[in-house]
Each structure stands twice: as structure tokens, then as C-alpha cells.
Write a protein that binds this ligand. Structure first.
Ligand SMILES: Cc1cc2nc3c(=O)[nH]c(=O)nc-3n(C[C@H](O)[C@H](O)[C@H](O)COP(=O)(O)O)c2cc1C
Length: 294
């Protein structure tokens, strides 16, 4: 395993290719564990969300799990509307299978959505849909139903509550309460203009459907943690932020691709992947979209 374990090169071409490269080991391990043990392993690994805020993944998973209710949902956020950012698209093009594997590892009891952004994401969505179809046909989704949802151009679409609105067929405007309290297709709590009728299959009860929203890169790390263990993950990055992070470098670069680096990378480390070493000089200006050091 190297620092580049998330961005397969060359890209994974099919499910057979994925399995030949060691895919689904994390899924097999997840099948041997109960949901609490999966959360514990992710907690031990110290995985933080890669969608922006760096929230502790295991803490969020526990909140959703403790939410009770009959139906839970898991949503993968691949909206990626941040200008000049394409790390999630690079991830899904290189290996959509590991993201699906991460979703299935986090076994929810019902439906899941896998959103992508309309327009910017057209090249990635078919690959993702194909990965979902192939894994479903091979019986790897544990009977779960996954749906790929494309959304509008609006930046706000990436905000997790707006994302849920889009999956429900509405405009990308954030709802009032967080997804673990007011999830997908929730019929409770009833919040005036946000309330809606019972979902098919519900019989007179109102449910909040606690929903987990995680970034695509966050979920992609999960099978690797389950396959290789929390200690392996902690051998990279820092004590507070273990693992690696995918950085996007744009501009006048030789390799206009996302690079991967240890979490809280140095600016020069990211640049050295994208441009020839001789061209990496003193950093004149840096506009980071995530924790980075110059
Ligand atoms: C305006 C706005 C846009 C956002 N866009 C994205 C996005 O494109 N992708 C993403 O994963 N998170 C985005 N987020 C953060 C999400 O609301 C949410 O915190 C994240 O998907 C949680 O995943 P994580 O815990 O794995 O990081 C955005 C937040 C805001 C306020």
C-alpha cells in the first residue's frame, strides 16, 4: 500500500479488474463485523470527513445509528461545486467501486443515494452507475438499493441538507434540521412548509429516517481501513488527522490531475506531483481549500 491508495492508476476498468486488484476485502471484513464494530474501527482510525469541515466520521456515524427509527439512509456527497476542485471526480473516475464499497460497509437499512453534479459530472456518473449495476449483479450490495442522482449546477447543492432536498426532487435549498434528525423522505418532525405526506410503505407513523451524509473521499477510505486496520491508517498523516488527502492543483501545471498526499500536506508536496521539480520554487501565494502548510 502506498500513499496513492485511493487514486488507482490506471483507472479500475471493471468489477473483475477491481477484484483482481484486491477490491472488496473491506466489504468481506464488514460482513464479519456488526455495525458497532465497524463504527469502532473507523473511530480508532480517526477518519475525518473530507467534505470540508473535517468532522470525526465515527462520531457522526454513532449519531445516525443512535437515531433509532425504522429506516436509515446513507448518502454519498459527490456534488463538488468548489471552484477549481475535482478531487471527487478524479476519485470516481479512477475507482468508483471503492466508493460504493464504502457505502455498503456502512450498512443502512434502506435506500441510498449517490449524487453527482449535473454537467460537470456527466463523465463520471455513467462510470458510477455501471459500478453500482455490476456490484448489484454480483450480489455485493447485500440486497441494498443504490441510486445515482444528478443535481443542478448550484454550489449550494453540495450542502448536505440542500442535497437531501435535491434527492427528494426539490430545489437545492437547505432544510432546517441536520440529516441525522430530519433525514431523507422524513415525515417527522413536521416543520410547517417542510412537512409532507407519508412515504409509500409507512402506515400512519411519522419517521425521521436518520440519514448519514459523507463525502465521496471519506467513504472511499472506509474499505481500506477495514481491510488494513486502524493502525495502518494512523501510520499516515498526523495524530489528529490520520490518513491521506487528495488535493487538486490547477493552473499552469504539467499534470493537471489531483494529487494525493498525507493529510495537512505542504504546498510544495502537492505542487511537486503536478509540476516538474525544477519548477517548484518559493510559494508566492496560496489559496487553500483545506488545511495546508506553505
Ligand atoms: C455551501 C456548501 C457547499 C458544500 N459543498 C460540498 C460538496 O460539494 N461536497 C461535500 O462533500 N461537502 C460539501 N459541503 C459540506 C457538506 O454540507 C457536509 O458537511 C459533508 O458532505 C459531510 O461529509 P464529510 O463528513 O464526509 O466531510 C458543503 C457545505 C456548504 C455549506
Amino acid at each position: 500500500m502506498t500513499e496513492g491508495f485511493l487514486l488507482a492508476d490506471p483507472p479500475v476498468a471493471s468489477l473483475d479488474d477491481f477484484l483482481a486488484r484486491g477490491g472488496c476485502v473491506g466489504l468481506t471484513r464488514a460482513g464479519e463485523l456488526d455495525p458497532d464494530q465497524i463504527v469502532q474501527e473507523v473511530n480508532l482510525a480517526g477518519l475525518r470527513g473530507r467534505g470540508g469541515a473535517g468532522f470525526r466520521c465515527g462520531v457522526k456515524w454513532t449519531s445516525v445509528q443512535r437515531g433509532g427509527e425504522r429506516d436509515h439512509y446513507v448518502v454519498c456527497n459527490a456534488a463538488e461545486g468548489e471552484p477549481a476542485t475535482f478531487k471527487d471526480r478524479a476519485l470516481l473516475r479512477a475507482n468508483p467501486y471503492q466508493v460504493v464499497e464504502g457505502l455498503v460497509d456502512r450498512r443502512a437499512r434502506r435506500r441510498r443515494g449517490l449524487p453527482g453534479r449535473e454537467g460537470q459530472f456527466r463523465a463520471g456518473a455513467p462510470r458510477l452507475s455501471r459500478a453500482v449495476d455490476e456490484m448489484a449483479a454480483a450480489g455485493l450490495l447485500a440486497g441494498l438499493s443504490l441510486r445515482v442522482v444528478t443535481g443542478p449546477e448550484e454550489y449550494l447543492f453540495g450542502e448536505e441538507k440542500a442535497l437531501l432536498e435535491v434527492i427528494e426532487g426539490n430545489d437545492p435549498l437547505p432544510r432546517w434540521m441536520p440529516p441525522y434528525l430530519h433525514g431523507l423522505f422524513a415525515t417527522a418532525p413536521q416543520l410547517a412548509w417542510e412537512s409532507h405526506g407519508l412515504e409509500a410503505g409507512h402506515h400512519g407513523e411519522h419517521d425521521s429516517n436518520p440519514t448519514l451524509v459523507n463525502n465521496a473521499e471519506t467513504l472511499a477510505n472506509v474499505p481500506h481501513i477495514l481491510a488494513n486496520g486502524a493502525e495502518w491508517f494512523r501510520s499516515m498523516g498526523t495524530a489528529e488527522s490520520p490518513g491521506t488527502v487528495i488535493c487538486t492543483v490547477v493552473g499552469d501545471v504539467e499534470r493537471p490531475a489531483s494529487s494525493r498526499s498525507r493529510w495537512v500536506p505542504r504546498c510544495a508536496t502537492c505542487l511537486s506531483v503536478a509540476v516538474r521539480p525544477a519548477r517548484v520554487g518559493r510559494c508566492a501565494a496560496c489559496s487553500p481549500g483545506s488545511p495546508i502548510r506553505c
